[in-house]
Design a protein around this ligand. Structure first.
Ligand SMILES: [Zn+2]
Length: 114
């Protein structure tokens, strides 16, 4: 993913496209499913489609944000304070309990790997 521009979709926006475009639901029906009004759903899906169109036409990557979804940059890196061990965890697996090398609980997360 070098020099590839990104468009950002929220998890809700992604879900709106799934419901409306993949499953073919009406805005009314899809809004109910997501717990929002028809008008709100309309705004969400409009924004989502615009982002997807931008990615499609201009060759950009789509990044899903929020929740546990991620298409790129899906690794987290932790560093142990005690033994200086560093390791990677997949996104969405929760915070690890202990350092895998020394079992200490004092570690911190550094910025996500590109
Ligand atoms: Zn350690």
């Amino acid at each position: 993913m070098i020099d590839l521009s990104e468009v950002h979709l929220t998890v809700d926006e992604r879900e709106s496209i799934r419901l409306a475009d993949l499953l073919g639901m009406s805005h009314e029906e899809a809004g109910k499913r997501m717990g929002v009004s028809r008008a709100t759903f309309g705004r969400i899906v409009q924004h989502a489609r615009r982002a997807v169109a931008d990615a499609l036409i201009n060759g950009k990557a789509i990044k899903i944000e929020g929740g546990n979804y991620s298409l790129i940059g899906d690794k987290r890196i932790f560093i142990c304070i005690k033994c200086d061990n560093s390791w990677e965890e997949q996104l969405g697996t929760g915070r690890p309990q202990n350092c895998p090398a020394c079992n200490d609980e004092n570690f911190y997360r550094i910025r996500d790997k590109e």
